[in-house]
Design a protein. Structure first.
Length: 385
């Protein structure tokens, strides 16, 4: 369990955010305080709870094979939702906070399929809001993406709007230009300055690196990027992987594990003629993660790139970015006082606040939706009125 605490009791509304991302590395719970006067958001405390191994395997299988029964889908959703509730209750117990002090929980749920384009667009997150609300006794907000998709948007990414909100209250880091980069399973950027706000998924983040690492070593991830650093990028393989249509699409765009997964990588490798070491595959995947990021922002001469998510701890990724962007300051968000580990959990606490206060939760410039709208579905229980 990992805990960060920067307690600030001067603000008077508390919200919890729950996030379990594409990397499936655990459940992040963040407590934030939001001012009634100016909506200033302050990170209070966060804890990370590892997934039960069997539950993680079930979710991973569901994402990658897309082969399940309705019964299995319902059971996984229920088990996951109870795990979310347990994580909330543990954080509150550890911090000696009563559920009655929390206005609401914002829970993203676990994305298992994301199809933002076409006539039958949707984004499926596993979460049972009622189970969370009943087992925590706290109003719970979920289903943040459906409204944006119904309005013709991608439903993702939603976090750039939160990044913009954070920057608006931290004048010390506003400069030209300023970009947030989240490297979770999927990598996405938020170009805050110069305006207008731009955000989209650049492509795979850790998802292919983690999958290949698990295949060749049995380890769930490449700790500190040490395995990748032993290899050398293979330009032929990189060109082959980079030929995926997604990389050539204009923004708005978003993607997920339904496209970038181990099966996708192994299929691409069948077209590669020649021998290649596991380390070289990993080094090539580092380049595949970083190059679309660099291409997305290198039209700007210089600036500050603030990195968060698991990829911020991968030295191979960070070094690649620094080498490729020599005129940029490439730093982790923690360097400017923003928790990188709990960024997305904080965002969904913030989005829950916006939903309850009838404020928009999407940005059409980012997602492509026809308009801004309140995003999220509210599940209340009697004791929370």
């Amino acid at each position: 369990m990992k805990t960060t605490n920067t307690t600030d009791t001067s603000l008077n509304q508390y919200y919890l955010g729950i996030m379990s991302g594409t990397s499936l590395d655990g459940i992040d719970v963040a407590l934030v305080s939001i001012s009634k006067n100016d909506n200033k958001t302050t990170f209070v405390v966060g804890e990370e709870f590892p997934f039960d191994n069997d539950l993680r395997k079930s979710i991973l299988s569901l994402c990658e094979t897309q082969n399940t029964s309705l019964q299995n889908l319902g059971e996984i959703t229920g088990e996951l939702s109870l795990a979310y509730a347990k994580a909330v209750n543990l954080l509150l117990k550890n911090q000696k906070i009563a559920p009655s002090q929390i206005i609401a929980i914002g829970c993203h749920g676990q994305t298992v399929f994301h199809q933002p384009c076409g006539n039958n667009s949707f984004s499926m997150q596993l979460v049972d809001a009622a189970k969370i609300a009943v087992n925590t006794n706290i109003t719970t907000v979920t289903d943040f993406r459906s409204m944006d998709i119904a309005l013709g948007g991608q439903g993702a990414p939603l976090v750039p709007l939160f990044h913009q909100g954070l920057v608006s209250q931290m004048t010390s880091i506003i400069e030209q230009p300023l970009v947030f980069l989240n490297i979770g399973g999927i990598a996405n950027i938020s170009i805050i300055n110069p305006p207008p706000l731009i955000g989209f998924d650049t492509g795979p983040g850790n998802v292919l690196l983690d999958s290949w690492m698990a295949k060749v070593s049995g380890k769930r991830y490449d700790e500190n990027g040490g395995f990748s650093a032993k290899g050398k990028c293979n330009d032929t393989l990189l060109k082959l992987l980079g030929s995926e249509n997604y990389f050539g699409l204009p923004a708005p765009k978003s993607t997920g594990r339904e496209l970038f997964n181990l099966e996708w990588l192994e299929q691409k490798l069948t077209y590669y003629k020649g021998d290649i070491s596991d380390e070289d595959v990993m080094a090539t995947l580092v380049a595949l993660t970083c190059n679309p990021i660099v291409e997305a922002i290198n039209y700007l001469p210089s600036g500050r790139l603030l990195v968060c998510g698991g990829g911020a701890k991968n030295n191979a990724i960070m070094q690649y970015l620094k080498t490729s962007l020599p005129t940029w300051q490439v730093k982790v968000t923690d360097d400017v006082g923003i928790s990188g580990d709990f960024m997305e959990a904080m965002a969904f606490a913030w989005l829950a606040h916006r939903c309850l206060n009838r404020l928009s939760g999407n940005d059409p410039q980012v997602t492509g939706a026809r308009r801004s709208e309140i995003c999220g579905s509210i599940t209340r229980i009697f004791n929370s009125f």
